[in-house]
Design a protein around this ligand. Structure first.
Ligand SMILES: Cc1ncc(COP(=O)(O)O)c(C=O)c1O
Ligand SMILES: N[C@@H](CCOP(=O)(O)O)C(=O)O
Length: 524
């Protein structure tokens, strides 16, 4: 991408890339309805958090969790099954303690929960339980992911969990952007990037690294954890591994990720391989390597990751007080996240927390749009592509591993796929930023999809719409610098706001300011 003339700074080092509801006062103990009353043979259900005496000074939150749950009894369970297999004909399944990423036929796997056990409790029970855990420091429920532990990894011991209290991210009412650019009153942005390592990947990585922590304690052959990455998976993996003292190995496409993303695994002590290939090449290599070496695969091919990521969908419902939005728009690359959102919404419907699911939109960069092409062809045969460079660099993926999951999610949610050109995504990002956000280019892709669907009337002015913002804008400052410098070939940068160089004297400054204030004065 173009380098800036207005914002130049010296290179850092040689590895430079080129390119809830509010808690109801004392609403516990919850009374489960008749349907949700557990039978006498069942152990006590998970209890909502009630106000409690302060723990002893020499006890930490892990010790406290251990004391409160000494038997570690579990009544819920989950296992791997082949993705979308017909339950009447497939008996293939694996314990989550096995190291397996693919089914016998080579297809994807899915984590299947014991839904009958979860259905012993009604929707109100689950809503109240999840609501009771928001905003607490009780281990591990202070995490937006682990506050839904029974639906995520029900059998893991809380002691094995590696968490940075991720999740519970801001659902931002984009009032001005909605009104000014879209004539919409109910536009919301789920800021998944306001997170420990700056992207939604933390939601999945806490689950995966926790399970690895458990496997290592069980003496399973896992020396390290590895991933291929466009920058966010690697940041999350290295941070969670560093926190647990587990070696991490990351394969990055050389010169294709931002400096901010590159420095994250370096700082967290990962073993970083910069490879002269694109993400799809790195993905291919990490799959080969993890089948030979005791390195656990951390990409979303591993269905454990999606169990954490699905909690963002549950959180959206929770933040709307369990009212279902009409649309949820997700930028897609390797395509695990769109399925994770579907799965979260679908579980909430199946378990009676809500009565429907939103329509999903997956948004891709036009330069890396294999799903879009597949959708436009009427879901005929899928063809991977060679993805071109895009400012939305984290979704520069041509051969997405979760294509089948994405198609399933879209077909079952009456979903839509849209695409965004480089100019569209950069303009959308600049426009959103100008209303007080600071989004990443991938969120610009999702906003472009929204703009298009509003223009065509598919999304109505009062439709409650959630745009999923997947990474923090601060990871992608170079793209913003290029845009505001009007330094991008073939892009007009219509919303650029470059700094004004002024002579450092009172008169010059006053002249410039008067001109500016006149242009901004309200016209009565
Ligand atoms: C910032 C960002 N947004 C969106 C995506 C797309 O997510 P997925 O690969 O699950 O489709 C990724 C990673 O691919 C990402 O890093
Ligand atoms: N954007 C991702 C690409 C890999 O996706 P994953 O969800 O399969 O790990 C990244 O940041 O690496």
């Amino acid at each position: 991408m173009a380098s800036s003339s207005l914002f130049q700074s010296p290179p850092l080092f040689s590895l430079q890339p080129k390119t809830h509801t509010p808690l109801k006062p004392h609403f516990f103990a919850i009374k489960a309805s008749a349907q949700s009353t557990p039978s006498a043979s069942q152990p006590t259900p998970p209890q909502p958090i009630v106000s409690k005496p302060r723990r002893p000074a020499d006890e930490n939150i892990r010790d406290e969790a251990r004391r409160n749950n000494p038997t570690h009894s579990h009544r819920f369970s989950a296992k791997y099954v082949p993705f979308n297999a017909d339950p009447s004909s497939s008996t293939e399944s694996y314990s989550l303690d096995e190291i397996v990423y693919r089914s016998q036929s080579g297809g994807l796997l899915d984590v299947q929960h014991d839904m009958d056990a979860l259905k012993n409790y009604d929707g109100k029970y689950w809503r109240d339980l999840f609501d009771s855990r928001v905003g607490k420091t009780t281990w591990p429920y202070g995490s937006g992911v682990w506050s839904k532990k029974e639906w995520v990894l029900p059998e893991i011991d809380s002691d094995d969990i590696v968490s940075a209290f991720e999740g519970n991210s801001n659902l931002f009412w984009a009032e001005r952007f909605g009104k000014q650019f879209l004539g919409m009153s109910e536009l919301w942005v789920k800021h998944c990037g306001i997170s420990h390592t700056g992207s939604f990947k933390d939601l999945g990585m806490t689950v995966l690294v926790s399970q690895v922590n458990r496997l290592r304690k069980m003496n399973r052959p896992v020396v390290g954890v590895g991933c291929a990455s466009t920058g966010d998976t690697s940041a999350a993996l290295s941070a969670y591994c560093a926190s647990a003292g587990i070696p991490s190995i990351v394969f990055l496409p050389a010169n294709r990720i931002s400096i901010a993303q590159l420095v994250q695994p370096i700082a967290n002590g990962a073993f970083v391989l910069s490879l002269d290939t694109d993400f799809d090449g790195c993905m291919h290599l990490i799959r080969e390597v993890t089948s030979e070496l005791p390195i656990y695969l951390a990409n979303s091919l591993n269905s454990l990751r999606l169990e954490g990521q699905k909690t963002a969908a549950i959180e959206i419902l929770q933040q709307f007080d369990w009212e279902v939005p009409d649309w949820v728009i997700v930028p897609g690359g390797n395509l695990g996240n769109i399925y994770a959102f579907y799965k979260g919404f679908h579980m909430c419907k199946e378990l009676g927390l809500v009565d429907r699911i939103p329509r999903l939109v997956c948004a891709q960069a036009a330069n890396a749009n294999p799903l879009y092409l597949h959708y436009k062809s009427g879901w005929k045969e899928f063809k991977s592509i060679k993805a071109n460079t895009t400012f939305a660099s984290a979704i520069q993926i041509g051969d997405p591993v979760s294509i089948d999951r994405a198609v399933y999610a879209l077909k079952n949610s009456n979903g839509i796929v849209e695409e965004a050109t480089e100019e569209e995504l950069m303009d959308a990002m600049a426009q959103a930023d100008s209303t007080g956000m600071f989004i990443c280019p991938h969120t610009g892709v999702a906003l472009t999809a929204l703009i298009k669907l509003r223009k065509s009337g598919v999304i109505g002015p009062t439709d409650r719409t959630v745009v999923v913002s997947t990474a923090h804008g601060l990871k992608f400052t170079q793209s913003k610098i290029d845009y505001h410098s009007k330094d991008i070939k073939d892009i007009a940068c219509r919303f650029a706001n470059p700094p004004v160089h002024v002579k450092a004297d009172f008169g010059s400054v006053m002249d410039v300011l008067k001109k500016y204030l006149l242009s901004k004065a309200p016209k009565y």
